[in-house]
Design a binder for this molecule. Sequence first.
Ligand code: IPM
Ligand code: MG
Length: 368
Amino acid sequence: MIKIKKRKILLLPGDGIGAEVIGEVKKIINWFNKKKSLDFQTEEGLVGGVSYEKHKKPITDEVFYKALESEAVILGAVGGPKWDNLEFSKRPERALLKLRKELKLFANLRPAICFKQLVDASSLKPEIVSGLDIMIVRELTGGIYFGEPRGIKPIENGERKGINTHSYTSSEIIRVAKVAFELAQKRNKKVTSCEKSNVMEAGVLWREEVQKVKDEDYPNIELKHMLADNCAMQLLRDPKQFDVIVTDNLFGDILSDEAAMLTGSLGLLPSASLGAKDKNGKMRSMYEPVHGSAPDIAGKGQANPIASILSFSMALRYSLDLDKEADNLDKAVQKVLDDGLRTKDILSKGKKEVSTSQMGDAIISKLK
Ligand code: IPM
Ligand code: MG
């Protein structure tokens, strides 16, 4: 059998349930290596609180360089109450932010899809969410997350002042808008761009630049501008009006959690963070479930591995050019849900509760 070239994948399980869910991804990678003669080479590293415990920093240079050299990084989750009081630079989240920023992963793709088997898991009425399929494109390396100046400083009257800066340049807006329009081109050809141009200059610029990209390069795409607060409301009122949503780092953080919950569980949703393509069409990338480290259920075998497994599927599709394998994996997840297997987060009456690893095994048993 012909072996294709080695594909380097870095696994960063991180904190909380990260190790459990990435453990299931590992099993799937091994299955592809064995059964499909693929040559995924995985390495692992510490990030987040677990790295802090060992090295007194949330990510070491060694792990960072491994990420630089990988074709795809798959991350579990970072953070937990244990590290909440550390100074900012040592907090687990800094690892994530450093990887995003320094790997230049400016486009964060967060699909919110309501699986037909799980319409009842949503807190919204089934008719509002069934068939829901939204793609949120969140700008990931700019805006208030990284803007300068920032900090907490004393001021004259003995008070302290907390400062963060929200700013965007034209090129930062244009490159992420293009990603959104390209995605819409392969979907329902609708982009909704969200900002607060009624109160923020950076929002005015956002709106103008996105409109320019559409006018110049994507005349066939329907573009709607929407204020971010209205978008939050519309997501609950009529989420199926959306196809692709493009928005800044902070609004994207918030709106993607909201959209995720429409689907019933954060435990199902993957994400991809992508950089620019180089001249060979390759790009840096990191894939992670949208859910966090869920310290309350860590180590109990209750976590839902589907978000991580679907994140790996996105890696197959976007970074590794293995669409067939991604389809295979997506279908296996659907079949297991059809069979009525559920982790605790998506359990409903008449369905069978399974553990993290039972879910992983069931998905593997459906791979072709
Ligand atoms: C996310 C998370 C992160 C963010 C945290 C963990 C820093 O909420 O990926 O949405 O705010 O971006
Ligand atoms: Mg978030």
